[in-house]
Ligand binder design. Structure first.
Ligand SMILES: Cc1cc2nc3c(=O)[nH]c(=O)nc-3n(C[C@H](O)[C@H](O)[C@H](O)COP(=O)(O)OP(=O)(O)OC[C@H]3O[C@@H](n4cnc5c(N)ncnc54)[C@H](O)[C@@H]3O)c2cc1C
Length: 417
């Protein structure tokens, strides 16, 4: 990144400190984190101390809760615009395992904090938002289910039944790929399920309920792996909810309003993933440039082959395109809010993971066998970027929706003529 894009002096200051923190503290700590996390089941039982040390330092440096903008969340966060946060998230994406969490800016907590700040009752804010904002606990968002196509959230089948006598909800459901559920610090789940299964409008059947992780009947069955990577200690887990009871006050926003919560949560969250992915691609390029300019094959440096030059050029163009899409969407979100920027967020959500994936793939190629091995970070980056084409809604689904909306717009304009 060569420009500060005319951001405020405050944001420039934070960006400078953040860049140094990521390069000098987070990236060097990755090896220590990998050692401390250990092997086997222990991976989900401890939090590597180096991570907590980084959190203390980030807080001291003022690099905390950077994702919460002033307009919507007042003094809860750093008060940056979405555009400014995009530049910050790119830097955090360079050390994807450590920097976002070190700065209390990692998913799914960010989205969950936004939900609590926007829709939580005072009691919920006090009990759950305050410790999340302080980085003392973690949380999860449980929507996806193994037994239904979950990219269509109307399919979600978990049952949430109101019991008037005990003023509780009775919850039964089976979830998987629940990020954060493996973390020993995960203290609650937002659970998506049907409170109103016979409502004529399928978009008003689902609700979101807050379930403390220690509630009887909640079981984290197993961590799942992405191409062999388990993302411990937070993990992506299979979780069952069997006859789980929570007070009716634990409903978020109200019965049948799950889709409103989902929409409010996912728009900015999708863009945050894209923002971080650009940092991932930049780091992959840095590693690759160092490699190709220092390694010799057939009597010349790898970098002196036209094919390699073309790959580097393509990588750079793909990163620039990705960044422009993200900044355009973030800027629009600042001007007209997430709803008004839906189209730009959708374009970024569809294009950016694909562009970044291509960059990492090319970087792997230029590394030879080392690129696919676990000694370097490229294979793990590839696995992470590949999931972005699926997590928070598969890109094919967004593509269909985007195309449908473009056609609708054309037809509406034509009808006016
Ligand atoms: C690493 C990772 C972390 C995750 N974290 C979480 C989490 O924290 N919480 C959570 O609830 N979920 C999480 N998920 C789950 C993720 O959100 C879902 O996998 C995703 O929404 C797709 O649902 P599905 O897997 O059931 O795919 P399905 O709904 O079965 O869809 C399969 C495929 O069908 C195609 N398809 C379906 N509908 C259409 C359409 N209309 N147009 C075009 N193509 C279509 C797409 O290619 C799609 O990929 C995570 C997933 C991963 C991989």
């Amino acid at each position: 990144m060569t420009s500060n894009y005319g951001i405020s002096p405050k944001a420039q200051r934070i960006l400078k400190v953040l860049k140094e923190f990521v390069e000098n503290d987070c990236i060097p700590a990755e090896a220590t984190f990998n050692q401390q996390i250990g092997k086997g089941e222990a991976r989900f039982q401890i939090v590597p101390p180096v991570l907590e040390q980084l959190k203390v330092k980030a807080k001291t440096l003022g690099l905390w809760n950077l994702f919460l903008g002033e307009e919507e969340y007042g003094t809860l966060g750093a008060g940056l615009t979405n555009f400014e946060y995009a530049l910050m998230a790119e830097q955090m994406g360079r050390s994807i395992r450590l920097a976002p969490e070190a700065c209390n800016c990692s998913a799914p907590d960010t989205g969950n904090m936004e939900v609590l700040a926007k829709y939580g009752s005072d009691a919920q804010k006090q009990r759950w938002l305050t410790p999340l904002l302080a980085g003392e606990i973690r949380s999860a968002f449980a929507m996806t289910e193994p037994n239904v196509a979950s990219s269509d959230a109307t399919n979600i089948g978990t049952s949430i039944v109101r019991d008037e006598k005990t003023a509780t909800y009775l919850i039964n459901g089976h979830k998987w790929w629940i990020t954060g559920a493996g973390d020993p610090r995960c203290q609650f789940f937002f659970v998506v399920g049907q409170t109103n299964p016979s409502h004529p409008n399928p978009y008003q059947r689902q609700s979101v309920v807050l379930v403390p992780a220690k509630t009887p009947g909640v079981k984290v069955v197993r961590p799942l792996e992405v191409f062999g990577y388990d993302d411990a200690p937070s993990g992506h887990c299979e979780v069952t909810f069997e006859n789980v009871r929570v007070p009716v006050d634990n409903i978020i926003l109200g019965e049948g309003r799950g889709f409103e919560v989902l929409q409010g949560r996912l728009g900015p969250g999708r863009l945050h993933h894209c923002m971080r992915a650009i940092g991932l691609a930049e780091r992959a390029m840095d590693l690759t440039l160092a490699r190709i300019t220092s390694r010799t094959a057939f009597g010349r440096k790898l970098a002196e082959n036209a094919v390699v030059m073309h790959q580097i050029a393509t990588c750079r163009m793909n990163v620039e395109q990705a960044r422009l899409l993200v900044l355009h969407a973030a800027g629009k979100m600042d001007r007209v809010g997430p709803k008004g920027a839906q189209r730009e967020i959708a374009i970024a959500k569809i294009r950016v993971p694909n562009l970044v994936l291509k960059v990492i793939d090319d970087c792997i190629q230029m590394h030879g066998a080392a690129g696919v091995g676990a000694d370097l970070i490229l294979a793990e980056m590839y696995a992470g970027a590949r999931t972005l084409r699926i997590a928070d809604g598969p890109d094919d689904v967004h593509l269909s929706q985007f195309g449908r909306n473009e056609i609708k717009k054309y037809l509406a304009q034509k009808a006016k003529l």
